[in-house]
Design a protein around this ligand. Sequence first.
Ligand code: CA
Length: 219
Amino acid sequence: MKLIQVNEDLYNYLVRVTVKDHPALAALREETAAMPSGGMQIAAEQGQFMQLLVHLLQATRYLEVGCFTGYSSLVMAMALPEDGRVTTCDVSKEWTDVARRHWQSAGVADKITLKLGPAVDSLRRLLAEGSAESFDIAFIDADKDNYPNYYDLCFDLVRPGGLILIDNTLWGGQVVDPSVSDPDTEGIRAVNQRAFEDDRVDSCLLPLSDGLHICHKRR
Ligand code: CA
């Protein structure tokens, strides 16, 4: 095995020597952690990694499938330049009301557009409205059974040279458990395989958090 085992001490060290926190991020993490689905929020170090990608690509347009309580949108809005824009999709008014409140208090609400409703519809509408190849980075982190659909739609919405990031692609290890065949796990297996076989992208499944599959749309 070429991958080291990360215990709690090592994980805490990794966070301590890399994560540069911000009060607005800490406040949203704290509020979300107390919610029943709080575990769905991305980790601070993953947020910082995604900010690094914004800087590397000099990104100005970020698309998100699965807003939840708005942490990844907040992280990315803070990294984007003044004229940068976030478009994020979610079905839950309850979760995104939390998000809106934190975007407001962090002063980035005017950078973020929320599309409330099924993300497949929102992404199709973006394409119909002429937004094909207009995003630098797309992040897929919503209902896993729809991942292959999100991948196809995001591929069309991201510009050549841009990135599609797919979250939870190791799925707590269930991707390799033959006794697990629920629609979510199958959706993740399918999208990992699709990205691997897709010669329009260069890809890497990074064992960060619960697995982040990074796909670079070739020019
Ligand atoms: Ca996730």
